[in-house]
Design a protein around this ligand. Structure first.
Ligand code: BEZ
Length: 235
């Protein structure tokens, strides 16, 4: 591709662009190697930087939790492989942060010195930095479809509870054919699809069972936390 050609950024609902890459865990074929799993592909600006270090320690500490939700993690920055290896060794051997220590990052971290993957995924946002990737997070489903994208700037570390909530929320919405209201957490009421006919709208407003309707277009129902966790975490 010529330098002046701009690659369109992938969007929600698009197939995750394919690539082969060298990582700290060997070569990967993305997203083919992750078929059947959810995957979070995320970028960070640079190795050996403080915000990124706090993020990697947090992500690594939560990896088991993500894996239990059938979600794998893949990181990326435009640094080289040896920088990645040295940084991850430093994190494990030297950094103690918020009660986390001896943290081993076992998920793959992609080297992208050519910036090819970062450009394809719209992780380079020149208004913020033309030499470093922003903090992008792509949530990709087991069929390789991008389901959520979140971007953070260089100066703000991600909220990992929110990233986990997105993984659980997407799987819950799929499994139960519902939508999820603001700040939803497992155990909270869920939104049933909006009535598609006058008859259904009337029925819902008159029915006092099962659903609670704030108005005909906004009806919720209970969904037990146990049911959600059993479905998503197989527990
Ligand atoms: C950081 O992770 O601390 C950082 C990285 C790039 C620019 C600014 C901060």
């Amino acid at each position: 591709m010529e330098d002046n050609q701009v690659t369109p950024m992938p969007r929600i609902g698009d197939k995750a662009p394919e690539f082969k890459a060298v990582t700290t865990q060997g070569e990967i074929n993305f997203p083919g190697d992750y078929k059947g799993s959810w995957v979070i592909l995320f970028s960070h600006p640079a190795d050996f930087t403080p915000v990124c270090t706090s993020e990697f320690m947090t992500f690594a500490s939560m990896e088991k939790q993500f894996n239990e939700a059938n979600c794998k993690l893949v990181g990326l920055s435009v640094d080289g492989l040896y920088s990645h290896i040295a940084w991850l060794r430093t994190i494990k051997e030297k950094i103690e942060y918020k009660g986390m220590k001896n943290v081993e990052v076992t998920f793959p971290l992609i080297e992208d010195i050519t910036m090819e993957v970062a450009k394809t995924y719209g992780m380079l946002q020149p208004g913020e930095s033309s030499t470093k990737a922003v903090r992008a997070v792509f949530f990709i489903d087991p069929k390789g479809i991008i389901r959520t994208i979140i971007y953070y700037p260089l100066s703000l570390g991600r909220n990992f509870d929110e990233l986990y909530r997105v993984v659980i929320g997407l799987q819950t919405a799929d499994a139960f054919s519902v939508a999820l209201p603001a700040d939803w957490q497992p155990g909270d009421d869920v939104i049933v699809p909006t009535a598609g006919s006058c008859g259904v709208a009337k029925q819902r407003m008159e029915s006092k069972e099962e659903m609670h309707c704030y108005d005909w277009f906004f009806c919720t129902k209970k969904l037990d936390k146990e049911k959600v966790l059993k479905t998503v975490l197989k527990k």
